[in-house]
Design a protein around this ligand. Structure first.
Ligand code: GLA
Length: 391
């Protein structure tokens, strides 16, 4: 390391150290070592290779804008949007693969694996899928099955060589504690058009997994092994419902799903590390793998414990906040390392803070700083927190 760089690092370390001392690192018991690390010498993906692949969600423009970070720090890629149905098949039978192809081609050429995200998501199902259909009718279900099969076969075949595993269904579990499945009141027309009650509604989940498994097996017998995931948010509170669904698929439909993706859109203090560990343990004990599929750590706490929404005003991303976030990332990655035998990957939902969905959600235009690299594309203290550990 050059003297200049070293001096910069030491200055940064002092600032962070002081900030940590003054901030009291609110709410986080885990204290990570924030000594600066040269990520060109100790890249994230390489450091974590003995534990699990570390990935990032990208759009193709980022393969130029932050190419150095993508190529050196991450070993797996997810298309942030480009593989979703509203992008790949916005109108029936017309497939648009350009954007997803660019990411997949980059992955192939740079020897990175991908996550296929996602084959069925209520939020990204174009309206043509339900056009002209009457909910619950037998011919409706036939038509929906045909449309789903066509879609899944086209996408899965195209990227089968480069995709490590598929988020086959996304967010099918209800947020309502009294319900198992997301239904029409929570935006799922799949559930409604398959019949609207849970016995009928859950069938679409089965068919999504069935078609994915069948197309993978048709490529090569045994090829579907380890590739079928259910992905959702708030898994820490929803995991029992997820396990009921997976048990039904396994025992009554003869279809074993491989794993559960915990999206991991978390905040500085929620959910508690112990609760995440508990959910992972329960999922693994039931016989499934786990991955963290969309990790980011928001600097805002917009939801109260009862789930009500009370958006916080914009915050300045102070050094103190950066330190608090770093300790949180450190605590999460310590848990992931501890659980690494059960975990198949950890994916960050973006590369650097200049491009994150959280700048638009849940409050449009409010700046957030949830990722590992800053708006200047430099490693944040969070990077040092996850890289400083004794193997
Ligand atoms: C959900 C989806 C992702 C993405 C994020 C917001 O978590 O699974 O694909 O759309 O919302 O960016």
């Amino acid at each position: 390391m050059s003297q200049r760089r070293k001096a910069q690092f030491i200055r940064f370390a002092l600032v962070l150290g002081l900030a940590a001392a003054f901030s009291g690192v609110a709410g986080c018991q885990y204290l990570a070592d924030l000594t600066p690390v040269d990520t060109t010498q100790r890249p994230i993906a390489q450091t974590y290779a003995p534990y699990f692949p570390v990935g990032a969600a990208v759009s193709s423009w980022q393969l130029k804008a932050v190419e150095t970070l993508v190529s050196t720090q991450f070993s797996q890629l997810t298309c942030e949007n480009a593989m979703k149905m509203s992008y790949t098949q916005a109108s029936e039978g017309t497939f648009t693969f350009g954007e997803a192809d660019r990411v997949a081609e980059y992955a192939r050429q740079n020897k990175k694996r991908m996550v296929g995200h996602t084959l069925l998501w209520h939020h990204s199902t174009p309206s043509w899928v339900f056009e002209g259909l009457t909910p619950g009718q037998p011919d409706t279900i036939q038509t929906l099955r045909r449309r789903l099969k066509t879609h899944i076969e086209a996408v899965v075949r195209r990227y089968a060589d480069v995709v490590e595993n598929w988020d086959v269904v996304n967010e099918v579990i209800s947020d309502d504690t009294s319900k198992l499945f997301r239904d029409q009141s929570e935006g799922s027309r799949w559930h409604a058009y398959f019949g609207g009650d849970d016995d009928a509604g859950r069938e679409y989940v089965y068919w999504a997994f069935r078609y994915t498994k069948d197309v993978l097996e048709s490529i090569r017998p045994g090829f579907s092994k380890g590739k079928l995931y259910l992905n959702d948010y708030n898994v820490v509170t929803k995991y029992k419902k997820i396990l009921r669904l997976l048990k039904w698929l396994d025992e009554e439909k003869g279809l074993k799903v491989d794993g559960v993706g915990l999206q991991g859109h978390w905040s500085l203090s929620w959910p508690a590390v112990g609760d995440i560990r508990h959910a992972i343990d329960a999922i693994v004990a039931a016989g499934y793998s786990v991955k963290i599929s969309e990790l980011d750590v928001s600097i805002y706490h917009d939801y109260a414990m009862d789930g009500s929404f009370s958006p916080q005003p914009e915050r300045v991303f102070t050094k103190e906040l950066q330190v608090e976030q770093a300790h949180r990332y450190g605590a999460l990655f310590e848990l992931f390392r501890e659980q690494s035998k059960k975990m198949t990957s950890v994916t960050l939902w973006g590369v650097a803070d200049d491009s994150t969905w959280l700048n638009a959600h849940p409050v449009a235009g409010r700046k957030n700083y949830p990722l590992l690299f800053g708006t200047d594309h430099q490693p944040k203290a969070a990077v040092f927190a996850i890289l400083n550990f004794e193997p």
